[in-house]
Write a protein that binds this ligand. Structure first.
Ligand code: ADP
Ligand code: MG
Length: 393
């Protein structure tokens, strides 16, 4: 096919001298039209396509590649691909200063950071019949944007991991619930028998031990109950609520904790907060977990500043503490189940926060500087996420 077409082209070019002005114009117009047609076709392709010449200079870029790479018009014909996308040179271990053709077929997955961060699969295809072509030993480069696919896969894995913890938790509760009940009943029986023995030095000592046992069993029961409340997947009962009123309820309950730990909490209140659609109990859980982490990050005391802002679509709450901050390499692990840097931590708090935020169609972001502090940002939609098209009355 291609050879025939090239032969046809050669025949036409050979006859160029014979053509009169009119036929030459028709021919040129046809070539221009063909080129436009091809370019339009390339521009509707979702993958980015670049054509490089023998010195790896970008000679053509379709619309998707231009967008993805933030290419400017003047870069076409001038820009060397390795210098333009250093991440690519790095992935293929190519020295960007060496002007040489890509030549080989290659494929790699890279993360590019300009104009925005995207995960991209890149294929290099050396051009066939290169010697006949004006681009010499050129190369076609195809860019497929994998960012969305990556994200959804990551979410899927995360959901599966959470689901397996839920199952584990349910199993643990089932296993621990029965012996705990039995312990409680027998402790009560012992107490009754002890009462029958009357008071003496011996019974007083036994009663003391019994009290400790009862307290510890109660504590175990509490831990399990809270643990289950935190990890059991619950569909939120979304209602129109005032987020700041709910936050204030949590702050009141935790007042003693703050004063004991020398933590000063302030809320910037400039205007009326908009109502959001949330499950009040789950929202309390989110606020509690975030505040608890902030307090625990400030063993010597400090402050928590809470601010909020709203726009047409979102209500955003920011909790800024002056604590020890999070190491950059730990930042990605904070939401992982069981990740903790504390001796008494369980590493489930932030996972629960993330799950609840997701169920509320909201997001959570963490920004932290070691030794300076951490800002946790919660963003909620202000319109009913289950009836997004209805304006609330
Ligand atoms: P836990 O509090 O039981 O450790 P979390 O899931 O609540 O578990 O938090 C996980 C980890 O994230 C913590 O151990 C801590 O290292 C880090 N972290 C979370 N919030 C903060 C914060 N405000 N300041 C510093 N570190 C934090
Ligand atoms: Mg915690």
């Amino acid at each position: 096919m291609r050879r025939n077409r090239n032969k046809g082209l050669e025949r036409i070019l050979g006859r160029l001298e014979d053509l009169d002005e009119k036929n030459l114009t028709i021919l040129v117009n046809r070539l221009v039209r063909d080129r436009h047609l091809l370019e339009s076709v390339f521009d509707v392709i979702r993958d980015g396509i670049l054509v490089l010449d023998g010195e790896s200079v970008i000679q053509y870029s379709n619309a998707a590649a231009t967008r993805l790479l933030g290419l400017r018009r003047r870069e076409i014909g001038n820009s060397n691909i390795w210098r333009r996308i250093p991440e690519l040179a790095h992935a293929l271990q190519i020295d960007p200063d060496q002007l040489r053709p890509a030549q080989r077929s290659a494929s790699c997955e890279i993360e590019i950071h300009y104009p925005e961060t995207r995960v991209v699969q890149v294929y290099f295809v050396p051009m066939e019949e290169a010697t006949e072509h004006e681009l010499g030993d050129g190369t076609v480069v195809v860019f497929s944007d994998l960012t969305e696919i990556k994200h959804s896969t990551k979410e899927l894995i995360e959901n599966e991991r959470i689901a397996s913890i839920m199952m584990l938790a349910a199993g643990v509760a089932h296993e621990l619930g029965n012996p705990l009940n039995s312990l409680t009943i027998h402790l009560q029986l012992i107490r009754r028998q002890l009462e029958k023995l009357g008071t003496s030095e011996k019974t007083a000592r036994t009663e003391k031990s019994l009290n400790i046992c009862t307290r510890e069993v109660d504590r175990l029961d509490g831990i399990i109950t809270h643990f289950l409340a935190a990890v059991r997947p619950q569909t939120p009962d979304l209602r129109k609520v005032d987020p700041i009123a709910i936050l204030n309820e949590v702050l009141e309950v935790e007042e003693n904790l703050f004063s004991e730990r020398n933590v000063n909490v302030t809320i910037d209140l400039e205007a009326m907060p908009p109502p959001i659609f949330a499950d009040p109990d789950q929202l309390k859980q989110v606020f509690f977990n975030v505040l608890k982490n902030a307090v625990e990050a400030m063993p010597g005391g400090g402050s928590i500043r809470i601010r909020w802002r709203k726009d047409a679509r979102h209500f955003t709450l920011m909790f800024a503490d002056t604590g020890e901050g999070i190491d950059p390499e730990d930042l990605t692990k904070v939401f992982q189940p069981y990740f903790t840097t504390k001796t008494t931590g369980n590493g489930l708090g932030m996972m629960v926060v993330q799950r609840i935020m997701r169920d509320h169609h909201g997001t959570i972001a963490i920004d932290s500087r070691p030794d300076k502090g951490t800002v946790v940002t919660l963003q909620f939609p202000v319109i009913d996420p289950e009836r997004p098209l209805l304006e609330d009355s």
